[in-house]
Design a binder for this molecule. Structure first.
Ligand code: FMN
Length: 169
């Protein structure tokens, strides 16, 4: 699958088969996350790979839209370290770019995933911080739920001509 095909066919997959994801694939997804563009090349991210069932279940108790984690093979929490940013404010963009890279890498390898928003919801940030033991100076930005797909979704045409402006609004 080439990059454009991966981008255009990726969908949120929330139903998974009970099959564990090999470590080498998780490693590849983390490498994809770390390859993302980053403001000032600070790369302020940390990744928490969660495989333990009780921790995946723990996340579902503090995140209202994360029930799919009960079946997930793994999750990756993408966090931004405030101590590593140079100009305040870019860690969210950096971690979001890493999140999308992980989703696309997973899709390219036949693993389904979905982005779970954490930042800027303070209740989720606090709850996820507690469940995953994240230090106060580190911001949990998102979680990617991963698993072998047990649902399939078609490619959608999302082209909106009226959102395209050439040279001027
Ligand atoms: C910032 C962000 C937060 C999201 N949070 C959740 C979430 O908490 N739970 C969930 O099931 N999906 C979540 N999603 C996935 C969206 O619902 C999904 O991307 C959207 O419906 C489009 O569908 P698609 O991913 O299949 O293209 C989130 C996506 C983004 C970008």
């Amino acid at each position: 699958m080439d990059a454009i095909e991966a981008i255009l066919t990726r969908r949120s997959i929330r139903v998974y088969a009970a099959q564990s994801i090999p470590d080498n694939l998780i490693h590849e997804f983390l490498e994809a996350g770390m390859a993302a563009p980053s403001a000032n090349d600070r790369r302020p991210w940390h990744f928490i790979v969660v495989r333990k069932r009780e921790i995946l279940e723990g996340i579902t108790k503090v995140h209202p839209f994360s029930d799919m984690l009960k079946q997930a093979g793994a999750a990756i929490a993408i966090c931004g370290d405030r101590a590593l940013e140079r100009q305040e404010g870019y860690i969210v963009e950096d971690c979001s770019a890493a999140t999308q890279n992980i989703l696309l890498a997973a899709h390219a390898r036949g693993i389904g995933g979905v982005w779970l928003g954490v930042y800027p919801r303070s209740d989720r940030m606090e709850g996820i911080g507690r469940v995953l033991g994240i230090p106060d100076t580190v911001v949990p930005v998102s979680i990617v739920s991963l698993g072998y797909p047990a649902e399939s979704k078609p490619r959608e045409n999302r082209w909106l001509q009226e959102r395209v402006h050439i040279d001027h609004w």
